[in-house]
Design a protein around this ligand. Structure first.
Ligand code: CTP
Length: 398
C-alpha cells in the first residue's frame, strides 16, 4: 500500500537499534509518507542528525529549547500534523517516561501531546525487558491503547540470546501499512458488539450471573472505533467502561434485553461481534417479592433464553460479517468448528479454559481464530487490548 499523503512522526530514543531506524525512515519515505523525526539526545550518540535529516528530507527535532529550533511552540503543530507516531527503538527509559507522563525532552513532550495512534518498538537487554518495572510500564501503555511491537527473541547487542532486540524495520513498516489499510477498510463501517455477562433475575434482589468482566468485548468495541468504525456496544452489567467516547454504549441487564437491542441494530450493522457471556437459561418466573427462606429445599425452574448469535446467524445477509466466541473445556477445535458452521459465522474466536491466563477474570487471553474455509490461526497469550487488535485485524482482512 502506498503511504502517499500520510504524515508520520518517527521518534528515536538512545539504543543501538537506532541504526535500524534509518532503514525504517527510508522505507516510509520511499513509499510516499512524509516523515518528521524527533530524537532524544542519547539517540544522537547512535545515529547522526545529518543522516536522519537526509533520509527524512526534513529538519530534526531534538530539543525543547534551542535558538534554531523553537520546539516549545512547535510540538503542538507537529502533533496536529501527524497521523501516527512510531517510536523505534523505545528504550526502558523512554517507556518509563511515557507510562508515567514525564515530559522533559522533545520526544516525551511530543508523546504526551499526541492523541492519535502510537506504535512503540521496545529494544533493550533481555534482563531489562523482563524486569517487572518495564513490564508494568508496558502493560500501562498497552492498556492505554499504544501499539506495542513485541521484540522477537534473538541475538542481542551484548552477544547473548534473549527477548529484547528491536523488531526488523521491514516488519514495523508492514505493521504501519497494515494499520492504514485496515483503518481504511473499517472506516465508516457500522459495528455492533455484545459484551459482558447477563443477569437473570430470580427476585428483586437476586439473580443468576457469571464471571464475565466484559473486558474482551469492550476492548474490541474500542479498537473498532479507533479504526474509524461507528460502534454500538451492547453491554451487560460491567464495572469496565469503554475508553473511546465515540462508542455508543447501550447498557442491558438480561439476555432478553440484550436480544431486543441487538435485533434493533443488527440490520444496519456491517460487522457484528458477539462476545457476551449470555446466560443460556433464565428463571421461568421472577418472584415479585424477595423469596423468604423456608425449611425445605428450593427448586428454581429455568427456561431457555434466546440464542442471540444463533438468531443473528440465521438472519444475516451475505454482506454482513458475523463473529462469535466460544469458550470450550474439551474437544476445543472440533466443538468450535461445529459452532462456526451451525451458527453461520464468518469467524469464530476460540478461547480454552485449559489455557493458563485465558478467559474470564483475566486481563490476558489466548485465542485461536477459525474461519469457514477451515483456516485456523493460533495466537500467543496477550493482554486483552492486544488480543482485540488481532481480532480487529482479522475482521478487516476477511
Ligand atoms: N451466545 C448468544 N446468546 C446466547 C448464548 C450464547 O449470543 N443465549 C453467543 C455468545 O456471545 C458467544 C457464542 O454464542 O459468541 C458462544 O456461546 P456458548 O455459550 O459457548 O455456545 P452455545 O451455543 O451456548 O453452546 P454451548 O453452551 O453448548 O457450548
Amino acid at each position: 500500500m502506498s503511504l502517499a499523503g500520510k504524515n508520520i512522526i518517527v521518534g528515536i530514543s538512545g539504543g543501538i537499534a537506532a541504526y535500524k531506524t534509518l532503514s525504517l525512515i527510508r522505507l516510509l519515505v520511499k513509499n510516499g509518507a512524509n516523515v518528521k523525526v524527533v530524537v532524544t539526545s542519547n539517540a544522537l550518540n547512535f545515529v547522526t542528525k545529518l543522516s536522519l535529516q537526509t533520509l527524512s528530507k526534513n529538519k530534526i527535532y531534538d530539543s525543547v529549547f534551542s535558538e534554531i529550533n523553537d520546539y516549545s511552540t512547535e510540538h503542538i503543530a507537529l502533533t496536529d500534523w501527524a497521523d501516527v507516531m512510531v517510536v523505534a527503538p523505545a528504550t526502558a527509559n523512554i517507556i518509563g517516561k511515557f507510562a508515567i507522563g514525564i515530559a522533559d525532552d522533545a520526544l516525551s513532550t511530543t508523546f504526551l501531546a499526541f492523541d492519535k495512534p502510537v506504535f512503540i518498538a521496545p529494544a533493550m537487554n533481555s534482563k531489562m525487558y523482563e524486569n517487572s518495572a518495564v513490564q508494568q510500564n508496558l502493560r500501562t501503555l498497552i492498556e492505554r491503547g499504544i501499539y506495542t511491537i513485541e521484540p522477537p527473541i534473538g541475538e542481542l547487542a551484548c552477544g547473548c540470546e534473549g527477548k529484547g532486540r528491536m523488531e526488523e524495520p521491514e516488519v514495523i513498516f508492514e505493521l504501519i501499512t497494515g494499520f492504514f489499510l485496515n483503518t481504511k477498510k473499517l472506516s465508516g463501517k457500522k459495528a455492533l458488539v455484545t459484551a459482558g455477562p447477563t443477569y437473570e433475575a430470580i427476585d428483586p434482589v437476586r439473580f443468576i450471573g457469571n464471571h464475565s468482566s466484559g473486558l474482551m468485548g469492550i476492548c474490541i468495541a474500542d479498537e473498532l472505533a479507533n479504526r474509524g468504525a461507528e460502534v454500538i456496544l451492547v453491554c451487560g452489567p460491567s464495572a469496565i467502561k469503554s475508553k473511546n467516547s465515540s462508542v455508543k454504549c447501550m447498557d442491558v441487564v438480561s439476555a432478553k434485553d440484550m436480544f431486543e437491542v441487538c435485533k434493533q441494530y443488527f440490520e444496519t450493522a456491517d460487522i457484528t461481534v458477539c462476545s457476551a457471556a449470555v446466560a443460556d437459561y433464565t428463571p421461568k418466573q421472577i418472584a415479585l417479592q424477595k423469596i423468604k427462606k423456608k425449611d425445605n429445599d428450593l427448586v428454581l425452574e429455568l427456561t431457555k433464553n434466546p440464542d442471540i448469535l444463533g438468531y443473528l446467524g440465521e438472519h444475516k445477509t451475505s454482506e454482513q460479517f458475523l463473529v462469535g466466541f466460544a469458550l470450550e473445556t474439551e474437544n476445543e477445535l472440533q466443538n468450535a468448528e461445529n459452532k462456526l458452521k451451525s451458527k453461520h459465522l464468518d469467524m469464530l474466536v476460540l478461547n480454552s479454559l485449559n489455557d493458563q491466563g485465558a478467559g474470564f477474570g483475566h486481563t490476558t487471553n489466548k485465542i485461536s481464530i477459525l474461519f469457514p474455509n477451515k483456516n485456523t490461526k493460533h495466537f500467543e497469550l496477550k493482554n486483552k487490548t492486544n488480543v482485540a487488535k488481532d481480532i480487529v485485524n482479522e475482521i478487516a482482512n476477511n
